[in-house]
Design a protein around this ligand. Structure first.
Ligand SMILES: [Zn+2]
Length: 291
C-alpha cells in the first residue's frame, strides 16, 4: 500500500526502528528491493534521485506506484535530494514524499524554500524532508555533498522544524555519500544525535551511511534515527556481480544476466533491513491507520 513518509515513520518512531530508503534507479533493483522486503515483512521507502528519474522518465514512477499499491507492505515513494522544479513535477506525477535539499544555502534561505515546499506538498498529502548541516561526499558520488561536513546544531534544528513545518529532518552527524576510500574513517557523533533527538519532534534521517560500521549504525537507530538512505551499497553488490556475469560474452538475455546480481543485492538488503531493526514491522501498521 502506498503511503506518505509521515505515516510510514510514525510507527518507526514509536517502536524504535529505521526504515531503509533504497535508491532504486532501475526496474531490476525495484523488484529486488520489493521482493526481499515483502519476504522480510519490512516497511520500505523507494527513493528516486532526480538524476535517476530523468534517466528513466515518468513511466518508471508508474511502475513503482503499481508495485507499491499492489503490495501488502506500507511503501513510500520518495524523491531524493531535490530542488524546487523537480519537486513540483514529482508531486504532480504521484510521489508521496519529497526531499528539498537546500542545505548549502544560508540558514534563512533554507528555511524559506523548505517552508514553500511544505505549503505546496502538505495540502496534497505529500510529506517533506528538509536537510540541515551538510553531508560529505566521496569520489564518484553523484548525490552531492561537501568536502567539509558542517554538523547540525541542535538549536538550529529546533528552529528549522518549527519554522518550516517539515515532516522529517536529515541531519549531518558525520556521514558522507558514496563508498568511503580506504583510510577514511567516518565516525558518527552519537551524542550530537541524542541531543538533536531530544529537542526535535519529527523523525530524523541519516544519509550517506553506506560505509559506516554496523555497530555505529545500530547505535544510531537505538538513539532515534528512523530513516536511513542506502544507495551505493546495494548498487555496488548488484553491478560487481553483473561485471562477473558479463565476462561470459555469450550471455545476452536480461533474464539470464540479472538473477545472480539481484541475489547478490538482496543479501545486502536483508543485512540492512535487519541491522535497522526493520524486519517484521508490518504488524505495527493497521489498515485503518494507513487510510
Ligand atoms: Zn543523501
Amino acid at each position: 500500500m502506498l503511503v506518505n513518509m509521515k505515516t510510514l515513520l510514525k510507527a518507526a518512531s514509536e517502536h524504535n526502528f529505521a526504515v531503509p530508503a533504497f535508491n532504486i534507479g532501475t526496474g531490476q533493483i525495484l523488484n529486488g528491493v520489493m521482493d526481499k522486503c515483502e519476504e522480510l515483512k519490512a516497511p520500505v521507502i523507494l527513493a528516486i534521485h532526480p538524476l535517476e528519474l530523468e534517466f528513466q522518465g515518468d513511466s518508471f514512477l508508474k511502475m513503482c506506484i503499481d508495485r507499491a499499491s499492489g503490495s501488502y507492505l506500507p511503501v513510500c515513494i520518495h524523491l531524493d535530494h531535490s530542488e524546487w522544479e523537480p519537486i513540483v513535477r514529482a508531486i504532480r506525477t504521484g510521489f508521496t514524499s519529497v526531499m528539498i535539499d537546500a542545505s548549502s544555502l544560508p540558514f534563512e534561505e533554507n528555511i524559506a524554500i523548505t517552508r514553500k515546499v511544505c505549503e505546496l506538498a502538505h495540502p496534497l498529502g505529500v510529506s517533506v524532508e528538509g536537510e540541515l548541516g551538510t553531508i560529505g561526499t566521496t569520489e564518484g558520488d553523484t548525490e552531492g555533498g561537501t568536502d567539509d561536513i558542517i554538523y547540525t546544531k541542535p538549536e538550529d534544528a529546533v528552529r528549522f522544524v518549527n519554522e518550516t513545518g517539515c515532516d522529517t529532518l536529515a541531519i549531518a552527524i558525520g556521514t558522507a555519500h558514496g563508498i568511503y576510500p580506504a583510510g577514511m574513517k567516518p565516525e558518527l557523533k552519537q551524542n550530537l544525535l541524542s541531543e538533536i533527538k531530544e529537542k526535535v519532534s519529527v523523525p530524523l534521517v541519516l544519509h550517506g551511511g553506506s560505509g559506516n560500521k554496523d555497530s555505529e549504525i545500530a547505535e544510531a537507530v537505538k538513539r532515534g534515527i528512523n530513516k536511513i538512505n542506502i544507495s551505493s551499497d546495494i548498487k555496488q553488490a548488484f553491478y560487481q556481480e553483473l561485471r562477473k556475469t558479463l565476462e561470459d560474452e555469450k550471455i545476452r538475455e536480461p533474464f539470464e544476466l540479472y538473477p545472480s546480481s539481484v541475489k547478490a543485492m538482496e543479501a545486502v538488503i536483508e543485512h540492512k533491513v535487519k541491522l535497522f531493526n526493520d524486519d517484521d514491522k508490518v504488524k505495527y501498521y493497521s489498515l485503518s491507520e494507513l487510510q
